[in-house]
Ligand binder design. Structure first.
Ligand code: S3P
Length: 705
């Protein structure tokens, strides 16, 4: 099927990127050009606030095809406004502008609409005050309206308790405006548009996981920020509604969304869709404004939507997609459980409450958790009137559900979608009509019409084959390879190849009745072929068959197998025999392959190679805990560490498949790292490699340049 099959659309430019480009453009020394900037209510509010600060912005009244031109006034060149600046509904605008204002010798009142005036501002007021700015709440503590009086600042290190790109960006903008370094640490990695843009403007950025937190440092802010010249890629969060639309319209033609930003800190919804049974093919080609962009192509799930569990570190990279996930869950088989999403309570509405109330109104069973939702999918007709609570994403999520078969849903205030997606309803109606008519064609909201993001994008040939991303995980004994690999695979919706289990099956197959493996060193290819080993996939999980029968998990883990497996797996003929079997496991969207020689022999071209390591005592402690023993004594840890030391030495000196690290492996030292942090780090790297973008860090930290 070529990419011209089915429907093709575009979505408006990215709101997050545009707001940053506006504010940073206004701080730059010289004129910035921002192409394909969306004219939604949020970016407009930010642009008008900047005009209130004396910044000249041209092109605002034109269509999205007219680039915006911003006359940067330098980091501290804004004028005192005559009246309060109204950011209306835009949290990004209010928080980022507050940060930038903290460095300006002005006293400015920021206010917003009813929804924005309920959202927490203490999270930016606290660090900005610590930097030396005055932040005063004028009516109620912790919310807008507030006055920001800037001036001489000092450098800080901020340890945030929530992952928030808005807080991180506000602090960085204050520091850059004041010309000083700063460090922001967050528990999970939030979107990195500001970092990319600052780097493009000449700032020296450093980032990486350090001591269990994601650390971003503006190491060297330049005296003058270079102006921007960029095109804004399509907004992934807007595209997500149409991915969901296609997933719900089972049986109709595929949909292609062109020129969408696929920054890995934003695309966490894709692996979740994969787990629900929806395959999205991302053909990434070229970048716009330092951001990867590409076409997303989605087909309706062949065997229907499945419920899914989403939680832990996953939510940050799909923070704005929870509403659309919730409406998909309403139509998925079984239960969907979303946790770790307490931040949704302080978005444009309390999204957890809004979703639960509205789902129940249309006949779906939904339970609210303090930090999430449990939704029971239903195939029955869904009908009712839903309330948007002034929240654009609630309006669009139920709009999409309402456009799917078997639903009769009225949205009380559909126009609120204009905040991020002007033309949403028209585009939804158009694609729905075309899908019904079975027509081929393309549709674009006229407000959303954009030129191709780059010349490269316009002329680029499109690959149609779905790629399989291969992540190879190796590491020293006890470094946590298998648990990590399983969790990473589950998060990405990839298969998990547990090579250890395959070697165990061979061991079992070659074992004599007494539990020995006499002469295994001389096993022949014919004897190995007679085992008739097969790997079968039940979803992402692996099952092994030998001579046509399933090998039970319990047998693979039996003590007698434990005692023999390392000998069997050191036999060259065995390893050769298993090569093709392992390689055949690679299927789109991806494979997490774990085990010795994965990144060197089995998949030498793996997209991402990880080598896990940890201090021997830490590995020893984990091993003992894994065996079910609590509170190991120091001497027990020492003894186990000594055993691991011996194992390390034999592993690295054995002639066949020694413990070798691929030259291009990312070494992750997991000592003192929470398992979740380690998983998040690998998932981030994997998504970056899947997007064919060079990862911006190894471990610890590295310079972006
Ligand atoms: C945004 C960050 C996220 C997101 C919001 C836009 C940004 O908010 O929900 O829609 O542009 O930085 P938080 O930083 O509060 O998580």
């Amino acid at each position: 099927m070529g990419v011209t099959d089915g429907l093709t659309i575009r979505v408006p430019g990215d709101k997050s990127i545009t707001q940053r480009a506006l504010i940073l453009g206004a701080m730059a020394g010289g004129e910035s050009r921002i192409g394909a900037a969306p004219r939604g209510a949020d970016p407009l509010a930010t642009a008008l606030a900047l005009r209130g600060l004396g910044v000249r912005i041209e092109g605002l009244d034109g269509p999205a095809t007219t680039p915006l031109r911003i006359a940067g006034a330098g980091p501290r060149g804004w004028r005192q406004p005559r009246s309060p600046l109204d950011l209306r509904n835009s949290g990004t605008g209010a928080r980022l502008l507050a940060g930038a204002l903290a460095a300006q010798p002005l006293s400015v009142v920021l206010r917003g609409d009813e929804s924005l005036s309920r959202r927490p501002m203490q999270r930016i007021a606290e660090p900005l005050r610590r930097m030396g700015a005055t932040v005063e709440f004028l009516e109620r503590s912790g919310v807008l309206p507030m006055r920001v009086a800037g001036g001489a600042l000092r450098s800080i290190r901020h340890d945030g308790s929530v992952a928030s790109a808005q807080v991180k960006s506000a602090i960085m903008l204050a520091a850059v405006g004041a010309g000083m370094p700063v460090e922001v640490r967050e528990p999970r990695r939030s979107r990195d548009h500001s970092e990319r843009m600052l780097e493009a403007m000449g700032a020296r950025m450093r980032e990486g996981w350090r001591d269990g937190a994601w650390s971003v440092r503006v190491a060297g802010p330049p005296a003058r920020l270079a102006p921007l010249d960029m095109d804004v890629p399509g907004d992934f969060s807007s595209a997500a509604f149409f991915l969901a639309w296609a997933a719900l319209a089972a049986g109709t033609q595929p949909l292609t969304i062109r020129g969408v930003g696929v920054n890995p800190t934003r695309t966490g919804f894709l692996p979740v869709l994969a787990r629900m049974g929806v395959g999205v093919e991302a053909v990434v080609g070229g970048a716009a404004g330092g951001e990867p962009a590409g076409d997303l192509r989605v087909g309706a799930p062949g065997s229907g939507l499945r419920g899914v569990e989403v939680g832990g570190g996953e939510v940050t990279a799909m923070i704005d997609e929870i509403p659309v996930l919730a409406v998909l869950a309403a139509r998925a088989a079984g239960e969907t459980r979303i946790t770790g999403a307490a931040e949704l309570r302080v978005k444009e509405s309390d999204r957890l409450a809004a979703l639960a109330v509205n789902l129940r109104r249309i006949g779906v069973r939904a339970e609210e958790l303090p930090d999430g939702l449990v939704i029971e999918g239903s195939r029955r007709p869904l009908a009712g009137r839903v309330e948007c609570f002034h929240d654009h994403r609630i309006a669009m999520a139920f709009g999409v559900l309402g456009a799917s078969p078997g639903c009769d849903i009225t949205v009380d205030d559909p126009g609120v979608a204009d905040v991020s997606f002007p033309g949403f309803r028209r585009l939804l109606a158009r694609v729905s009509d075309r899908a019904r008519a079975g027509a081929r064609g393309s549709a674009t909201a006229s407000e959303a019409a954009r030129p191709p993001a780059t010349a490269k994008e316009a002329g680029r040939p499109h690959a149609t084959a779905r790629r399989c991303t291969i992540v190879a995980i190796d590491g020293s004994a006890g470094a946590g390879k298998s648990t990590t690999a399983a969790a990473v695979a589950a998060r990405l919706g990839y298969r998990h190849l547990d090579s250890g289990a395959i070697y165990r099956a061979v061991t079992l197959g070659l074992m004599d009745p007494e539990g020995g493996c006499a002469d295994v060193e001389h096993v022949t290819p014919r004897e190995l072929a007679a085992l008739a080993l097969e790997v079968r996939w039940a979803g992402a999980g692996m099952e092994i068959l030998m001579r046509g029968a399933l090998v039970p998990e319990g047998e693979l883990r039996a003590e007698r197998v434990n005692a023999m497996v390392s000998r069997v797996s050191a036999v060259a003929a065995v390893r050769d025999h298993l090569l093709e079997l392992q390689r055949a496991a690679a299927r789109p969207p991806g494979l997490v392959a774990e085990g010795r020689d994965m990144g060197t022999v089995v998949f030498p071209d793996a997209d991402l190679k990880i080598f896990l390591d940890a201090d021997p005592r830490e590995r020893a402690r984990r091993r003992i805990l894994q065996r079910g023993q609590r509170d190991p004594k120091p001497e027990e840890i020492e003894a186990e560490a000594a055993r691991l030391g011996v194992r390390d030495r034999t592993d690295s000196s054995r002639p066949v498949a020694p413990l070798l690290m691929a030259a291009d492996a990312h070494v992750i030292d997991t000592t003192g790292m929470q398992p979740q942090t380690q998983i998040d780090a690998i998932v981030d790297l994997a998504i970056a490699s899947a997007d064919r973008r060079q990862p911006i860090h190894r471990t610890g930290e590295s310079d972006r340049r």
